[in-house]
Ligand binder design. Sequence first.
Ligand code: NDX
Length: 256
Amino acid sequence: SMQCFPGLVLALSSLLGALALLQLSLYLRVPSRYGKHEERLCRPRGRLPARCAWFLQELPSFLVPALLLALRSPPRLEPLGCRLLCCLFCWHYFYRTFIYPFFTRGRPFPLQLLFFGMLFCIYNGFLQGYYLIYCAEYPNDWCSDIRFTSGLLLFLLGMGINIHSDLLLRQLRKPGEVTYKIPQGGLFTYVSGANYFGEIVEWFGFAIATWSLPAFAFAFFTLCCIGPRAYHHHRYYLKTFTDYPKSRKALIPFVF
Ligand code: NDX
């Protein structure tokens, strides 16, 4: 049966870090082409309804670690920290896979990006799940360690902001509508990328709570993936709406 290979964890985490840098270099100047940054009419075919696309894309991030957790024999019962952390990861992706897609009013999503997105979710789901279930070792009182408690708090705060902001974005449209408006309320009062800010806080919280290389690599990847996207959203709004609130920042309230 499966066991922990520390070399594998190191290799996969390093590759994730390298992918993050590649992403940063690709998407700082031009945004990834989906949603408001897709050139219209360019490829009318080769897309899937947002609902199916997000469901398929994110499913492996839920399924892979959930299966690893359920199928490990003998089941890993100690320490509690490992299971709790793995459940946190699955909890986020339960939301992203089974709840978010069914309410989204987003535009059809490009198949090509869907393909890479799915590959990414398989890769990362495996890395995080495998590490937590087969490799991670925590003292039995990890749940009262300051890293675990503060990380968990950040995770929950970030998740709250992310879900709330997703909701505010969705309410900007009636069903069937695909136009863009100025987001209002919640953290959008301060930043254009409120949903992204929440997601980034969430994964850095997760990294602090797990105190592991794979989780820090994923938090860094998230920052490099959606950080630039927040900046491009911000520029899009400034260009599109002359009455866009001047004091609003791109990603980090009051700072940037
Ligand atoms: N999915 C993470 N890289 C990504 C899909 C794309 O979960 O090849 C990473 C994720 C993938 C990416 C994923 C990984 C890297 C890939 C990339 C594609 C290329 C890239 C594979 C997997 C790649 C290399 C080279 C390294 C291989 O019509 P619409 O869709 O624009 O409508 C939007 C609507 N909306 C508005 N409605 C009215 N008025 C407005 N002003 C509006 N503004 C937006 O709201 C949407 O329906 C909705 C949200 O839109 P948006 O653009 O704000 O968010 P979106 O980017 O769609 O993300 C949705 C959520 C969000 O909460 C975010 O935090 C989370 O997913 N997310 C997204 C991306 C990655 C990620 C989290 C993470 O890294 N943790």
